[in-house]
Design a protein around this ligand. Sequence first.
Ligand SMILES: NC(=O)c1ccc[n+]([C@@H]2O[C@H](COP(=O)([O-])OP(=O)(O)OC[C@H]3O[C@@H](n4cnc5c(N)ncnc54)[C@H](OP(=O)(O)O)[C@@H]3O)[C@@H](O)[C@H]2O)c1
Length: 275
Amino acid sequence: MPTAVITGGTDGIGRALADTYLERGHEVLIVGTSTAKGEAFLAAAARGGAGGRARFLRADLSLVAENRRVIDHVTAAYPAVDLLVLGARYHRSTRVETPDGFESTFALYYLSRHLLSHGLIGPLRRAEQAVVLNFGAAGLAGPVRWDDLQLRRDYPGTGALGHGGALCDLLAAHCARTYADTPVHYVVNHPGVVSTSFAGEYDRATAAHVAGLRATGKPVSRAVAQVLPYLTAPPARLTAVLEGRRVPTDTSAFSPTAAARLHEATTGLLAALPS
Ligand SMILES: NC(=O)c1ccc[n+]([C@@H]2O[C@H](COP(=O)([O-])OP(=O)(O)OC[C@H]3O[C@@H](n4cnc5c(N)ncnc54)[C@H](OP(=O)(O)O)[C@@H]3O)[C@@H](O)[C@H]2O)c1
């Protein structure tokens, strides 16, 4: 049975993708921090007769050890992974560091996705055709702050998400080259403004802005419909999608040199963690 693993699957676009892939007959494992949301997904699946194919794993993906636990769990539980969705996000208006010492958006929005993309390559390459969907910037964000990946200077508020998105573009570009001999395809998707929970802790001005985005954003169903065709039939090893439209990947946002530089910087950061 095809398997989908969806981070951020407890809410928003991730949850809608989880429902969609349950309907398509997949085994679906969602990952999030909220047990209540996870159990709501399981209950809805059971009501729809798909309870046996729905799973929830509680994990805080802003922590390196938690990502490694998820990788171990998925590798042991599923022979192959056909779809990996990297959709967890949480914004903080104020700069916060995780217990690992990483800026929190860097940790959740980028580093977790780096760990999962590489750590799950075993089950991904065993699928007939696998897709990794990463909600990145699709070329819209940047430049990368090479000398300040942890955003220590002039913390940019919601710009931290954009910076994370630019890092995710490079991550997908690097994976597409590194794993070119596997059946894995990489789709970077920027869905535009979508009316979701916008999980996070916002200062007053940002909270007002976010309330506006929630009120005016497109429905989640539309965001899912815009990306689904690229997941079903990925047109290339690396595809970037902006609100349903394919955009070029031969740009600086996906530069192989920059992607390799980021990979090296990331492995250096991980190697410096106490074991
Ligand atoms: N909505 C938009 O307008 C928009 C625009 C551009 C890009 N995107 C991108 O699209 C993707 C989905 O966004 P969304 O708006 O649908 O998200 P959302 O509704 O805000 O939901 C965020 C998800 O991330 C999970 N999450 C938060 N912190 C976590 C942690 N520490 N560990 C594990 N999971 C965690 C949440 O699960 P729990 O609550 O269970 O922790 C939830 O499932 C994200 O990558 C986002 O950046 C969205």
